[in-house]
Design a protein around this ligand. Sequence first.
Ligand code: ADP
Length: 402
Amino acid sequence: MNILVINSGSSSIKYQLFDMSNNSVLASGIIERIGEPESILKHRWLKSDGRHEKISLTQKIAGHKEGFQWIKRVAEDTGLSNKLKELFGIGHRVVHGGEIFQEPAVVNDEVIEAIQKMSALAPLHNPANLTGIEAAFKDYPDVPQVAVFDTAFHQTMPAHAFHYALPYELYKDYHIRRYGFHGTSHQFVSKQAALYLGRPLKELNLITLHLGNGASAAAVRGGRSIDTSMGLTPLEGLIMGTRCGDIDPSLPFYIAQRSGLSTNDIETMLNKESGLKGISGVNDMREIISRAEKGDDLASLSIGMFCYRIKKYIGAYYAVMGSLDAIVFTGGIGENSAIVRRKSCEELEGLGISIDENKNNSSSLKAREVNQDNAPVKVLVVPTNEELEIARQTVETILAAK
Ligand code: ADP
């Protein structure tokens, strides 16, 4: 049973072809810098002799439609035509499902219209996601397609967690509320954590921390998200590579008054020039850690701020759930940075959280625990795999609809 997963972003298209009989990846790739003078296509595939091979092309790719034509061409040239003929379904990552989608949905005209409507809330992402859906329908008109929403997992948040304390009409008229993102990742690592712990997910209280370029925390009770740090947009919450996360809501007005910058400029500043980059000058955590080790004070400060914010969310979500079984670190930083894990959990022994330095410093590609043996709360490192989760949800959704 083969599933193609497509993540069509604003200037990139990522894809993975899975054989779901053993969760293996038959092919994967990415086109980056779509619309720029030099787009790059990287493609990796599994050959019949069991070895992987990869190619990389530099080529002007003007738009998403052309991008999909390139992917099809490269897939055919690398012997994947038969695998694509056997497609059971195509799963699409869709960023915003608003309040309409609490689950993945088999794509039909109604679903497409709803995703279009939701573009007001995700103007960069939803239209790009739809381009992927259109292209896939054109090439594979008979293959069922499923939209898997970043927001869906968090639709279980109770009203007191998802409302902003703003005039209620704003919610009714413009759907202004907290939605949360990275849902597929929070859901995937929650399930993996339960498998690792050998306990039913229904019994567990987890804090999941997805720390990549974007970063978010979620309080997951019994497998359901009951709070998360991102809001109407992905700007709220934790400090991120280039996003500020939580700030005083008056700040944009104050910045405008003092600097004369327009609201557009300030929005760009908060999204693209803030966070780790705003303080240290760079957004890549590896580079920041290396600078901090060489004595760069602002790099150290940005790491301290990043971890302090995470720690505050751990405290908040512990209180929200009343008890805690495990904290789950994932994403490029969460999976790889022992320093960030250590600093985020520092001095939390009173809450039953204590890290074992040796375990924390060792690296592995598998789910593992880094807490001290006798610590009441487990601290887990669980590699995320959003594509595999999308593929699984695609299969489940198609089978349920049959
Ligand atoms: P994205 O949100 O773009 O998918 P990733 O989940 O790949 O991002 O995470 C990217 C971040 O992970 C970058 O800040 C990168 O520096 C960081 N990262 C990757 N490897 C390490 C490492 N060994 N130590 C610290 N940070 C790392």
